[in-house]
Design a protein around this ligand. Structure first.
Ligand code: ASP
Length: 436
């Protein structure tokens, strides 16, 4: 029963590559009108959208149930504060590190120095970020059902935490609720595994459609920006997280990266860390061995506030736009960029393209024109896919480090290359009684 886990990952990778080939071919060869209607805007759109909808369908029930189950599994409620503080500190630290690396690389490479801004007639109007006071006020939902209906992750987290603590403190009666949520968690994870089984089809459709509609020709004039950011993202994924995992938790980074392949493929094809939460949570718990009491909190929190890849994009984009407009940034400006991009990452919603909206905050902070965003918008989808992959990898890495430090980590699961196979998920857990 062990090999199938590999089969699925391999199928997803093949589906991604096949989707890219088909998408680029359609784009370059120019699809006939009927191909566009039937295939790109028909079949691929339906399959891709259904897949993302199915993932999103699971997010709210999964986060709520899993978090209540996680909190009630903690033997000591003080651990909750510790886990929260550690996760928050690591999320902010990794993001600040990410922007600094991105800035350093961008200043070294200097993208945008010979860029002709006249080529881009597009405009961009920014949106103001909510003030910090409002972010704090909004933490407590006035109506938890509305919070769930709107998918407001921070409010759901706050309500689930309080509910979970109350369950723990309600003695014998709370015990029934605790058992119920433990069972619900298993059921919902089972549903997530169904969706993961469908990933090859969903990923194929999403990637093919994206590449069919996003020409690669836009890339050329922005190659310096694109490549600098890609290099920065690669450093974060393949150097920073591995070093942190090894030094802070003594974990083998190669095993970690191998196990990240499924959530990485989901993040890449959906460009949404929010929609990827079910897969990240499944991987972190079932494949990496992070206990539910840590993962159920750190993963949705990370998806909401930890966006290392997005902050990197904001760092490189700031330098690029400054170069295009011939503005010299001072050291204070760079420090401001680190600070604002870190905070902006907290305020960036975990859905496609929002990183560009919060980039207005960063540009505004150092006096750069918001219209500069129009210059990079054309290549943003592909970069969004890549930075979302890094965002999600950061969430998983921090979850592992926090769990290890809290002794809420199963090393045997982490070391087992076949742990967490979802192949069995389409079968009932115990065979139903049949008359035969
Ligand atoms: N798409 C990103 C995410 O969901 C956010 C962004 O950078 O636009 O993580």
């Amino acid at each position: 029963m062990s090999a199938p886990a590999h089969h699925l990952t391999r199928q997803i990778v093949i589906a991604m590559l096949a989707g890219m080939v088909l998408g680029v071919a359609l784009n370059q060869l120019g699809a006939a009108a009927w191909v566009q209607t039937v295939l790109v805007d028909g079949l691929l759109k339906v399959v891709g959208t259904l897949f993302v909808s199915a993932l999103k369908m699971m997010v709210v029930p999964l986060v709520f149930v899993s978090l209540v189950a996680g909190v009630t599994a903690l033997s000591d409620l003080r651990a909750l504060g510790r886990i929260g503080a550690k996760a928050l500190a690591l999320y902010l630290l990794t993001t600040a590190l990410a922007v600094s690396i991105a800035l350093g690389l961008a200043v070294g490479v200097g993208p945008g120095q010979n860029f002709d801004a006249g080529d881009s007639p597009a405009t961009f109007s920014g949106k103001d970020a909510p003030p910090l006071t409002q972010v704090l006020i909004d933490l407590v939902p006035t109506n938890p059902v509305a919070a769930m209906a709107e998918g407001n992750m921070l409010q759901i987290i706050v309500f689930a935490l309080l509910f979970g603590v109350a369950v723990t403190m309600s003695g014998k009666r709370g015990q029934h609720v605790l058992n119920l949520f433990g069972d619900l968690n298993t059921v919902i994870m089972h549903m997530v595994e169904w969706i993961m089984r469908l990933a090859p089809y969903g990923v194929f459709a999403l990637i093919a459609r994206t590449f069919a509609s996003q020409g690669l020709d836009l890339l050329l004039p922005l190659a310096a920006y694109f490549l600098t950011l890609t290099a920065a993202l690669a450093v974060q994924a393949f150097v920073v997280y591995p070093v942190l995992l090894k030094s802070l938790a003594g974990l083998n980074p190669l095993t970690f990266l191998k196990k990240m392949r499924d959530p990485a493929a989901f993040a890449f094809s959906t460009a949404s860390s929010g929609a990827t939460i079910p897969v990240t949570l499944h991987t972190v718990e079932k494949k990496m061995g992070v206990h539910n009491s840590v993962a159920s909190f750190s993963v949705p929190l990370g998806a909401t506030i930890n966006m290392d890849g997005t902050a990197m994009m904001q760092g490189v984009a700031t330098v690029f736009i400054a170069n295009v407009y011939g503005v010299d940034l001072s050291l204070t400006d760079y420090l401001l960029v680190v600070l604002t991009a870190t905070l902006a990452s907290v305020g960036t919603a975990a859905i496609p393209a929002v990183g560009l909206v919060t980039l207005t905050m960063v540009l505004g902070q150092v006096g750069l024109p918001v219209e500069g965003i129009a210059l990079i918008i054309g290549v943003d989808r592909l970069l969004d896919m890549m930075r979302t992959t890094v965002n999600v990898t950061g969430d998983a890495a921090v979850s592992c480090i926090v769990a290890k430090s809290e002794h809420a980590f199963d090393q045997a699961t982490f070391d087992d290359p076949h742990a967490g196979s979802v192949e069995a998920a389409i079968q009932p857990a115990t065979p139903p009684h049949t008359a035969a």
